[in-house]
Design a protein around this ligand. Structure first.
Ligand code: HEC
Ligand code: HEC
Length: 332
């Protein structure tokens, strides 16, 4: 018996050492995505212009890095806050910590070299070597065409400088350790020709990270088999829960019955000259779906997204879009 205790004592000690070693490895040796490349971007007005479209209408850098007005439908940007940062993503919204988007005007990212910006956008590792939590969907940006990333960098470098110093982000335990294992080396990609509709649509859907919001999650991770079937829950600061729609080709519970025309027009209705964002009362339906930003996409791009979504298997998932505050629901 005594011997058994001794042995299990050793085993325990061994386990403690192994776990301790692993934790300190993860905390000190990771993230390891390699050095930032010593690239230098050739800033031309043309390149800045090319970055403006994806940053505002596709990858939506401006969405999280500006102040959004949640008293209005779909949270339009508050003028004069472009790139200012400071948006808070916390436990109340379902995140494993408190994360603040950063100031990406020259006052915030002036310290970054072009190569370091490229690295943080495509791998989630900051200039200082810190792993970021993928509130910013950098695992998707990892697959962007380097030409697109460079154009986006050129564009954000052209923002008016704004003085703003958002607080540091902090993950709760155990995410404060796991976080170091998330960043991976950038995969890179090539933007397909727009004539190659399905491949081009797939590229855009990845760049927009539609999948991230439109897939149910388990412990903060999306469930790959259920991709695009919707039902991911988002707590609204104004109260209530909004759930993403099923955007698979299911004719019962998805968008299988939508024509291409109807799909495109739905987005375009939010940038129509008559459109004025409605005021949203506290506790009333609002959405995280960035309609007004995506609405600026070209009809060609929206058609490619439609074609790609319709090319994928239909999945059944009936989603209840909105539950007002106080309704009797099991909170996840
Ligand atoms: C869904 C929200 C979201 C989107 C979209 C987004 N970001 Fe971020 N970004 C964040 C958050 C949150 C942080 C801070 C994360 C942290 O501290 O862990 C961040 C951090 C950064 C940083 C690091 C800044 C610093 O001071 O270290 C840069 C640079 C950046 N983002 C640029 C971009 C660019 C460029 C795009 C578009 C390609 C983009 N972001 C899209 C949320 C977002
Ligand atoms: C930040 C999260 C988020 C992102 C990113 C996002 N969506 Fe959504 N989407 C939602 C939510 C939440 C809803 C449900 C509320 C609503 O209708 O606005 C929704 C609704 C929709 C609807 C309406 C479906 C219906 O039945 O009325 C369509 C279509 C859609 N999204 C397509 C897309 C596509 C395509 C992309 C990528 C280009 C995308 N979404 C990216 C959150 C998101």
């Amino acid at each position: 018996m005594k011997k058994l205790f001794k042995i299990s004592g050793f085993v325990l000690l061994f386990i403690v050492i192994v776990i301790g070693g692993l934790v300190s490895y993860v905390k000190t040796a990771l993230p390891n995505v390699g050095e930032a490349q010593p690239v230098k971007i050739n800033y031309t007005p043309d390149l800045v212009e090319r970055g403006k479209y994806p940053a505002n209408h596709v990858v939506l850098c401006v969405d999280c890095h500006s102040t959004r007005d949640w008293t209005k439908f779909s949270g339009p940007l508050t003028p004069g806050t472009l790139g200012k940062g400071g948006e808070r993503f916390d436990q109340a919204l379902g995140f494993p910590g408190v994360y603040y988007s950063k100031n990406i005007t020259p006052k915030g990212i002036g310290r970054y070299t072009d190569g370091e910006l490229y690295r943080v956008i495509t791998t989630g590792v900051t200039k200082e070597g810190k792993a970021m939590f993928p509130v910013m969907p950098y695992p998707y940006y990892s697959k962007l065409d380097p030409n697109d990333v460079n154009a986006i960098i050129a564009y954000i470098r052209s923002f008016d400088p704004i003085d703003n110093n958002p607080p540091e982000s902090a993950s709760d335990f155990p995410m404060n350790i796991i976080i170091n294992m998330i960043p991976k080396k950038a995969e890179g990609g090539t933007r397909p020709d727009a004539a190659n509709t399905l491949a081009y649509g797939a590229y855009l859907v990845n760049a927009c990270a539609c999948r991230e919001c439109h897939t149910p999650v388990k412990q903060g991770q999306i469930i790959p088999e259920l991709a695009f079937s919707g039902g991911r829950e988002f707590m609204l600061y104004s109260g209530g829960i909004v759930r993403s729609s099923n955007i698979t080709a299911s004719t019962e519970t998805g968008i299988g019955n939508w024509s291409e025309e109807a799909f495109i027009n739905r987005f375009k209705s939010y940038v129509d000259s008559n459109y004025k964002p409605q005021n949203v009362e506290k506790g009333a339906f609002n959405t995280l779906m960035p309609w007004t930003m995506y609405g600026g996409m070209t009809r060609t791009d929206l058609a490619a997204i439609y074609a790609y979504l319709h090319s994928m298997p239909a999945k059944e998932n009936a989603v209840i879009k909105f539950t007002p505050p106080g309704a009797d629901v099991a909170k996840k």
